[in-house]
Design a protein around this ligand. Structure first.
Ligand code: AMP
Length: 609
């Protein structure tokens, strides 16, 4: 995925891929026409040398054609020993762990800079300076290792892909006192054994920014090509397992028959099915075939609840394991759900114990993200669960069953208990008036709106489609990725006073700026946000004067009064009077809106004038 990058900073790939001045285009075309020399994957005892993977990463970075990237990955996978296939496929897809695995490395840019300094013997200011020049920490590590004269070549065993994965696992699992130091030490161990080019990609892997332009579906296609299996089957197996490594391995060893056997499994969370927006309930009902289920849209956090018969675990929509933070919810599920194995979906809502009313979303997040003193917040902010879907019950996968049937199964296995576990209210209707009444009632009760669902639709993980539509009041909001900020002056000195917003281009490859938001935030929020961006998440990638560029990671939901055409921002549009509604901590940058939505709203506004 192409990312925004600090202005003035140069990416290493610009050094590598830029053809000689003057004959740029022809040179590039010539290079793409020429078959690249075949890639030899060096293996050892069921494993692959990391140098081969680094070589593949470098070639992927150089070629721009998607077809060529797919062919290269297929070539790599075909030569890969079976035992290493899963790790290799995961790494090639720019993941550190398979999609279902909620573990994270927890290494930000700052910590990485420190680690590189220590591993290479450079000073931290040297690292910062080089980072400014090259714009990428992977290239910094590579360059510093090249300058370091002591040769790693003779002093250590070459790294293998599985060793790298094992170290990543250790890094993710370190916790408690001194965790940061121990994580650094583990990474330094890897860098100490890495050749310069390997270091470039190790660092980028840790930061999950490979810059190879390879997406999950590129690897899916490569698997299909490498092992001669149907692309559709590969996609489906990946959707249901959320594990590209497993899919690669099964495709190689068991072919299509094996892929067909891959299904949902408790404790292996999947990407949730996403809702499309509809302008009103009438339109939404028409989209689902005239008759549908209208449900209240609760303002909480979407959770996937898994049980394997022994344990219950709770995941967010971004596959963070939040079981530990929600013991009350886990107990309630154990009490109210009458099945051994299951995967259920619902909305967790924080309730005010005094009024019984839902509390603001931020408070729920505070509860969900909590790591310590759980018992205390548990009393302060009790959580209720409203279930709305059922994907798996006692050995039976229900993804292909129509929604109507899934809801029926949910009703069968859940014994509702007020204040603990309930089913979302549902009205089945083909009457737009009745649906509109429910919409207005929902708003009056303080909910966000309604969801309208297709009764006959199956469940498609990770897909945003018309099987489920959301209807909210007219003024739509935009989910924007924050790509920069400006340090405040006067009263706002020491705080980021406004944030630069961006949305994706049509292909979700490039971020386009649409405006700056500096209102809708009181002093406390400003302080909290500055801390979040600068310290906790460590997202600053470039600073010049008062301007800062951030690694695109945080998503702001903003409302605004108007959209205008403007040359001021790279999207060609500017949001007028944007206000921060909330930080969408439940969304990743890839979930933010695209320019298509901005254009649509712009055109709708034009029509109204
Ligand atoms: P949005 O996050 O605005 O795209 O809206 C979709 C989200 O609404 C889902 O991810 C759920 O978290 C939430 N939601 C609330 N109530 C329901 C419901 N009854 N059915 C499905 N999703 C719901």
């Amino acid at each position: 995925m192409a990312r925004t990058r600090p202005p003035g900073s140069r990416r290493l790939d610009s050094f590598i891929t830029s053809p000689p001045k003057g004959k740029g285009k022809e040179e590039k075309e010539r290079r793409e026409r020429e078959p690249s020399p075949s890639l030899e994957v060096k293996t050892t005892d069921g494993d692959v040398y990391y140098s081969s993977l680094a070589e593949a990463f470098e070639r992927l970075e150089r070629i721009s054609s998607r077809k060529a990237k797919i062919a290269l990955i297929a070539q790599f996978l075909r030569q890969c020993p079976e035992d290493a296939l899963d790790t290799v496929a995961v790494f090639l897809a720019n993941q550190v762990f398979p999609g279902w695995d909620s573990r994270e490395l927890g290494i930000g840019t700052k910590l990485m800079q420190k680690t590189i300094a220590q591993a290479t013997g450079a000073s931290e200011s040297e690292v910062t300076e080089l980072f400014k020049q090259l714009g990428d920490l992977g290239s910094v590590a590579e360059e510093l290792l090249r300058r370091k004269k002591t040769s790693t070549l003779f002093s250590s065993q070459p790294l293998t892909v599985q060793e790298v994965r094992e170290t990543f696992e250790k890094v993710a699992e370190v916790e408690g006192e001194g965790a940061v130091k121990r994580k650094m030490r583990l990474l330094m161990g890897l860098l100490a054994r890495a050749r310069p080019k390997e270091a470039r990609y190790l660092v980028r892997q840790v930061l999950e920014e490979l810059r190879t332009g390879v997406r999950e579906n590129t690897v899916e296609e490569a698997i299909s090509q490498a092992f001669g299996v149907s692309k559709k089957l590969v996609e489906r197996a990946h959707m249901l397992s959320n594990d590209i490594g497993l899919v690669a391995k099964v495709a190689a060893t068991e072919g299509e028959e094996g892929l067909k056997q891959i299904d949902l499994k408790p404790m292996r969370p999947i990407k949730p099915m996403l809702a499309q927006a509809a302008r009103n309930v009438k339109e939404a009902l028409a989209e689902v075939g005239g008759k549908g289920a209208v449900e209240i849209k609760l303002d909480g956090a979407r959770v996937q609840v898994h049980s394997d018969g022994e344990e219950v675990r709770v995941y967010t929509r971004r596959i963070e394991d939040v079981t530990h933070a929600l013991p009350d919810l886990v107990e309630a599920v154990k009490e109210c759900v009458d099945a051994d194995e299951f995967i259920l979906e619902g909305e967790a809502v924080a309730i005010d114990p005094e009024t019984g009313k839902p509390r603001p979303f931020q408070e729920l997040l505070h509860r969900i993200k909590r790591k310590y003193d759980i018992e205390e917040v548990r009393r302060e902010i009790p959580v209720e669960l409203y279930l709305f879907d059922c994907l798996y019950v006692d050995g039976e996968s229900l993804v292909d069953a129509p929604f109507e049937e899934r809801r029926r199964r949910l009703e069968e296995i859940v014994n509702e208990q007020e204040g603990k576990v309930m089913l979302v209210d549902q009205l089945i209707t083909d009457d737009p008036k009745e649906a509109a009444e429910m919409f207005h009632e929902a708003l009056e009760m303080g909910h966000e709106g309604v969801m309208v669902k297709d009764l006959s639709a199956d469940y498609t993980p990770g897909v945003r489609g018309k099987k489920m539509l959301k209807v909210k009041p007219v003024l739509e909001t935009l989910d924007c990725v924050v790509v920069g900020g400006i340090w405040g002056k006067g009263k706002r000195k020491g705080l980021i006073g406004s944030y630069l917003l961006a949305v994706w281009d049509e292909n979700k490859e490039k971020l386009l700026e649409v405006g700056k938001v500096g209102t809708g935030m009181d002093d406390e929020t400003l302080e909290r946000l500055t801390k979040l961006f600068v310290e906790e998440k460590d997202l600053v990638v470039e600073e010049s004067g008062r301007e800062v560029r951030f690694k695109p990671e945080i998503v702001f939901e903003v409302e605004f009064e108007d959209i205008q055409k403007s040359p001021k921002y790279s999207s060609g549009f500017a949001l007028r009077f944007p206000r921060l509604v909330r930080v969408r901590e439940d969304l990743g940058p890839e979930d933010a809106d695209t320019i298509k939505k901005v254009r649509r709203i712009y055109e709708e506004i034009l029509k109204k004038h």
